[in-house]
Every structure is written in structure tokens, then in C-alpha cells.
Design a protein around this ligand. Structure first.
Ligand code: AMP
Length: 216
């Protein structure tokens, strides 16, 4: 199973990715999570990345593609993978296909701006694992702590409103054209393409996604 999950920031990609990867035993590849871990290291690259990410912009394709190619070669990807937040534009997709990395399913979470803003205001993450919580809709068992490790949760610096709006603009400019491109060319790429209403509850979306994989 080789899956891409796409949607605007705050649409629930990370939450659904955890559910899918646990259920189907495939690794989640989130370049955003890799980048957040890199930022914690104190080096020239981490400073550059921090500036870009905290401004809401996309990181340069050449950096992202190198990170992706290194990750996808690892043994755990041999039976499939779920790509969360990659590719983010048509250039990254084409690079991936040129490297003969093919995809079976594309899942697109579509969601209203109103729901996104509500969700983002309450989001907390566990940086080492990438687990995502929401104080209102999916709270941790113990306030401010990760359910599995008990480690401290963080608020993403790029979730503050001003930066978040920039991320939405970046999504509209770069990722929406990718989504349209994938839908238009799904037969050529031999992918199964599905749009899911991301405004629903986490459980309802889990259920819809399970049905998609059961029936297709
Ligand atoms: P995410 O965790 O997927 O929301 O990503 C957080 C940030 O990391 C994004 O706003 C970008 O700055 C950067 N990023 C993650 N994935 C990519 C990508 N495929 N291409 C470019 N930048 C990315």
C-alpha cells in the first residue's frame, strides 16, 4: 500500500496518518516531522529551516527531495508507506515518479476554513513521534503530556494565526494545483483518487478511510 494524504494545514492529515499506519502496518513519512527534528539540532541548515518554516513558506525543493529520497530508501518502506505532506507541489511529484516511486492511493481531506481555524487554535504536538492532539476534539490523557511517552507536548510556532494564514496561501498556490493535477491524471498515473470530507469527526473520517481501503 503506497498512499499520499493531502489537504490544507490543519485538515487532520497527521491524525489520520497515525490511524492508517497503525492499522495497515506501514510507516508514516512526514517531511514536516523530519524538519521539526532537524530544527532542534544547532547547525547552519537548522537555522535556515527554522526561518523558512516559522514564516509559513515551503522549504526549497532540493532540500526536501534529498530528505525524502534518503527516507524512502529505508527498509521499512519496502512494503508500502504513507506520505503525509509530500509531495507538496507538481515538481516534487514529478521528481518522485522519475525516481520510480509509484503511488496506489491519493486521499484528499477537504475542509472549510472555519473548521481549520477552530482546530488549529487547540493543536498540540509531540515532536519526537509526530503525534498530534487537539485540546478540544482529541485531548491527551494527561494535560500537556504525550499519551505514550509522557513527554511534554508543544505548540507549533507556525500554528500562530499570522503564520498559519501564510501556510494556507502556500497550500492554495502550490498544493491545490498538485491536487488538481493528480485528479486529472489519475488514470495515467494508475492511482485511486478519493476526496474525503474533513469537517467530520476523527472517528467518522477513520471509518470512511477504512471503507475506501476495504472496497478498493
Ligand atoms: P507540515 O508538518 O507538513 O505541516 O509541514 C510544516 C512545514 O514544513 C511546512 O509549512 C513547510 O515549511 C515545511 N515542509 C514540509 N513538507 C514540505 C514539502 N513537501 N515541501 C516543502 N516544504 C515542506
Amino acid at each position: 500500500m503506497r498512499i499520499i494524504i493531502l489537504g490544507p494545514p490543519g485538515s487532520g492529515k497527521g491524525t489520520q496518518s497515525k490511524f492508517i499506519t497503525e492499522k495497515y502496518g506501514i510507516p508514516q513519512i512526514s517531511i514536516g516531522n523530519v524538519l521539526r527534528k532537524l530544527i532542534k539540532l544547532d547547525c547552519k541548515l537548522s537555522k535556515k529551516l527554522k526561518l523558512i518554516i516559522n514564516s509559513g513558506k515551503l522549504v526549497d525543493d532540493d532540500i526536501i527531495i534529498k530528505i525524502f529520497e534518503k527516507r524512502i530508501k529505508k527498509k521499512d518502506c519496502s512494503k508500502g508507506f504513507l506520505l503525509d505532506g509530500f509531495p507538496r507541489n507538481i515538481m516534487q511529484l514529478k521528481n518522485m515518479l522519475n525516481a520510480k516511486i509509484y503511488i496506489d492511493y491519493v486521499l484528499v481531506l477537504s475542509i472549510s476554513d472555519k473548521t481549520i481555524i477552530k482546530r488549529i487554535s487547540y493543536r498540540q504536538i509531540h515532536i519526537p513521534s509526530g503525534r498530534v492532539y487537539n485540546l478540544k476534539y482529541n485531548p491527551p490523557k494527561c494535560e500537556g503530556k504525550d499519551d505514550i511517552t509522557g513527554e511534554k507536548l508543544s505548540i507549533r510556532k507556525d500554528d500562530v494565526k499570522e503564520v498559519f494564514y501564510k501556510r494556507l496561501l502556500e497550500f492554495n498556490k502550490h498544493t491545490l494545483p498538485l491536487i488538481k493535477h493528480l485528479n486529472k491524471n489519475k488514470n495515467i498515473y494508475n492511482i485511486k483518487y478519493f476526496t474525503i470530507d474533513g469537517n467530520q469527526s476523527i472517528k467518522d473520517i477513520n471509518y470512511k478511510i477504512s471503507n475506501i481501503f476495504n472496497e478498493n
